[in-house]
Design a protein around this ligand. Sequence first.
Ligand SMILES: Nc1ncnc2c1ncn2[C@@H]1O[C@H](COP(=O)(O)OP(=O)(O)OP(=O)(O)O)[C@@H](O)[C@H]1O
Ligand SMILES: [Mg+2]
Length: 313
Amino acid sequence: MFNTPEDDEYEFDFGNMGWFPPFSMVYLAAQINRFRRERRQAQYRALNHDTNTYAAHMGFFESFDLHYGNLVGQALGSDTYVPITEIRRDQLETGAGAVGDAIEENAGRLAEILTRENQSQTFKTLQYSIREILRNSIEHSGTDSVLLCAQYWPSKGRVEVGIVDCGIGIRQGLARNPHLEINTDEEALRLSMMPGVSGVAFEGAPTAHRDDVWANSGYGLFMTSRICMEAGAFFIASGNASTLIAGNDSNSYEQTFNGTAIRMLIDINRVQELDNRLRQLHIEGQEIAAGITGINTQGASPASVSASMRSAD
Ligand SMILES: Nc1ncnc2c1ncn2[C@@H]1O[C@H](COP(=O)(O)OP(=O)(O)OP(=O)(O)O)[C@@H](O)[C@H]1O
Ligand SMILES: [Mg+2]
């Protein structure tokens, strides 16, 4: 898309897009918004958008200012989906230190919409994963806004969640850690998913707030990517790289995304068996972290440990 030659007029044809999964919608919305920001002077025309009622209902077209269908966040989402929703840092700041709690609340609300309950392991796993990815965008991306969209397909037993921010990206986020030498975006993605690897928590980092439950520990992406890897698939795109992990397979693709875009796919039939694995995963993470120099080996911050693991203490 960004290789398109400069012109005064562009046409976006949505006619061939029969299927609008949540991640694709927020990813594409961010890309179209970037394209329009970079080519402000041009005229834009949309074709065949009016046949895509699901996307229109989810707020897809309004997410890049094409006035058709619901506004972002407008659909009620009382079924088994969360429409395209913007979460803004300024809306979360309800008091000192309350951002973490507000993210937790938001993640819980979204997980409850998707599962229609708030007790099961599926609910807890979703709340945990959504919270960790939202926290990262709010804490590390340098932007104020995150877009999220999710759909649960009960008949397929699958949930997909897409979360994107247009911030500094993973490589620059990690560059704040002087112990890490990172040469490519692909390397940054790989490192970010390792336990204890953080742009803000490292040997010699300022220790202020270390006793805060929301203090970073470098475990959010490790745990979340492992959860999805074992119970579905995890896709992360940032800068010029992207990685898709499913089961034992990991594949890298070139693409360009100015910020961080994450897709979590969870097969809910596999979440029950994951329950026992979470604690084990966390211990494995600490063991892996202990073998890497200069990173945080203290283990996850309390907030990075899932509710189920905490209740098992
Ligand atoms: N959306 C993002 N934008 C920029 N950098 C990010 C983003 N998400 C993650 N990162 C980078 O990747 C690092 C690892 O993220 P991860 O969630 O694993 O650990 P953490 O956030 O530092 O600690 P924890 O999640 O355990 O509190 C972050 O410290 C940050 O440098
Ligand atoms: Mg994190």
